[in-house]
Design a binder for this molecule. Structure first.
Ligand SMILES: [Zn+2]
Ligand SMILES: [Zn+2]
Length: 344
């Protein structure tokens, strides 16, 4: 059997990836696969596996030859179980990567491409010790790519020497990143990128990605930097997600943007057990992404948060349970609401 190059994509599918992030990753994987399939070295050696993580980690594509690889659906859920993902990765590497023995050359050292955009919400140190940089020889070459502006780079630096940052999470930015990742996988498949000391020689980075070389400070303890509130449009009934950012100056969460959710994402997004953030910490809402109304209220009967018009004097039908909600000046039934917190 040929020496294989196992490539693991570890993808953060927490709520903070919503709003272009996750679609861009899907598109990036598609492009990557079609490019790599044109590369005879890659076609010969590359085996791909996809592990996603939200509140839990799962193998969505087990190790598969490049030619047979089929892109997995990626869905958004709350939570960032980086520790779970690292544990799963360590298990998979142990079980499916062939080791070199005295009569056979094993697989190439696996290449792990980790994409995350938040703060881990679980214990990641324990599983790390199984695959981390401390172990010699390293069982995997890990590229950790922080996406967006809420990444804890000190965490990524304890996972690997190769830490990259990409602040812009737009589709073009992800596009460039995936071109670069593709080139990296391609050159690894030719065995040229591994120098003698086991250090990784990086392909030239695109201009939207930089290497994080200075030692990063851990993010200060405190509330999660982002919070997410699930809501439903009261006119069109469709679900959406409001993104909040913690504002340490005022000690509360400011709404940033609301994103449309598919019914399927809304269904999976409502699973996941996380503590609540009291509504007093949330400073208002953003415009509904479906109908542009700027207020929000909540249903005292079923707890659904919905868009509402501050100036509208008519009653609203709850898009969650169909209850008729009487107006009051504060919007909704005036009971306030609790947010399902997400550490994503
Ligand atoms: Zn609406
Ligand atoms: Zn209701």
């Amino acid at each position: 059997m040929n020496r294989r190059l196992p490539v693991y994509l570890l993808i953060d599918c927490s709520e903070s990836m919503i709003g272009g992030g996750i679609e861009a990753v899907r598109a990036g994987i598609t492009t990557m696969i079609s490019q790599l399939r044109r590369d005879p070295h890659a076609l010969d050696t590359v085996y791909l596996s996809v592990i996603t993580f939200d509140a839990e980690a799962r193998v969505v594509v087990p190790m598969t030859p490049l030619l047979d690889f089929q892109e997995p659906p990626l869905t958004i859920k709350p939570g960032t179980s980086l520790g779970g993902a690292l544990k799963l990765l360590a298990d998979r590497i142990q079980n499916e990567v062939h080791k070199t023995s005295h009569n056979a050359k094993g697989d190439y050292r696996p290449l792990v491409l980790l994409l995350t955009d938040g703060q881990p919400g679980d214990d990641w140190q324990t599983p790390l010790s199984r695959i981390g940089a401390q172990v010699k020889p390293r069982p995997a070459n890990i590229y950790a790519i922080g996406c967006g502006t809420d990444v804890d780079y000190s965490v990524l630096q304890s996972i690997t020497d190769v830490v990259l940052r990409m602040d812009d999470m737009g589709p073009e930015s992800f596009g460039k990143l995936f071109v670069w990742l593709t080139a990296s996988v391609s050159s690894a498949s030719q065995g040229v990128s591994e120098t003698n000391d086991g250090k990784i020689k990086l392909e030239k980075l695109p201009n939207n990605v930089e290497a994080v070389t200075a030692k990063a400070e851990p993010l200060p303890d405190g509330p999660p930097r982002q919070a997410f509130l699930r809501a439903r449009c009261s006119t069109k009934k469709f679900p959406y997600l409001i993104r909040y950012k913690f504002d340490s100056m005022v000690g509360c969460y400011q709404p940033v943007k609301a994103h449309r959710l598919s019914e399927e994402d809304a269904k999976t997004a409502s699973q996941g057990k996380l503590p609540d953030i009291p509504s007093q910490l949330l400073n208002g809402a953003t415009a509904c992404p479906w109908c542009e109304r700027t207020g929000a209220g909540s249903c005292g009967n079923c707890g659904t948060i919905f868009c509402s018009d501050m100036n509208d004097r008519t009653d609203t039908t709850c898009p969650g349970c169909g209850n008729i909600l009487k107006r009051d000046p504060r919007g909704g039934d005036g009971k306030g609401f609790n947010v399902r917190q997400s550490g994503g």
